[in-house]
Design a protein around this ligand. Sequence first.
Ligand code: NAD
Length: 263
Amino acid sequence: MKGQKALITGANSGIGKAVAIALAKAGADVCINYVTRPEVAEEVANEAMECGGKAIIAKADVSKEDEVKAMFEKTIKEFGTVDIVVPNAGIQIDGPFDTMTVEMWDKLMGVNLRGQFLCCREAVKEFKRRGVVSDVSCAAGKIICMSSVHDIIPWAGHVNYAASKGGVLMLMKSLAQEVAPQRIRVNAISPGAIRTPINHEAWSTPEAYDALMKLVPYKRIGEPEDIGRAAVWLASDDSDYVTGTTLYVDGGMTLYPGFETGG
Ligand code: NAD
């Protein structure tokens, strides 16, 4: 991936950080987006630079159009262009449906769905402007939307989150259909249970971990690096004929584990 430029949102934590480091290890220059804790973003950038490439940090709240535009402008100014975009930033704001406020709904949709729209749009603009540069990649650009197994598994108590990820699924597919003729590939990764701060309470005690494993046929929690490796493949020319697809990286969580024993 040498010579390719990647922008990853929410890259100072969990999955975003692992994706940024994996892309840097594969040779890409990386832009580490963050919204809080710039010092952690700096640490990730330093770790990425130890892999031999360039790394910058860019502050932006992905739900805000002007901030997303400014982040892309900064990245393109520093790197010359962008080849790989991973809209990864996401949040959970959980609660029973009948007590869910409009604020809880709108804030989550702002980050998880509007944020993906804004980042995908800026990416497509730059990919179309530049087109294919054949000694860099077969494609004019690659987008990898971070979705979730909850784009197909319903999730009581998390209706806003599941609805946002269901939205990401059709955003990804419809956009992939629209821009395929320009050789722009759009795919998604849907992680299962990955050990990050977003779901700390689901794995941080032995009791919680055992309960979680009932949902995971492969009987281990996923690590952020599992997602990093999948992202490298989807960003590379090894997956050049893959577009509009979701890669479920979930230890079998989407295999209806309740039927493991015959149902
Ligand atoms: P995390 O909490 O460690 O990371 C989320 C990142 O998003 C953080 O860097 C945070 O600062 C950033 N962020 C939040 N609001 C933002 C905003 N407005 N603008 C810019 N950045 C913002 O969680 P994670 O597990 O690494 O989650 C990353 C993505 O993976 C999310 O989209 C999440 O829905 C998805 N995911 C995670 C799991 C899991 O088990 N961890 C499973 C399925 C999907």
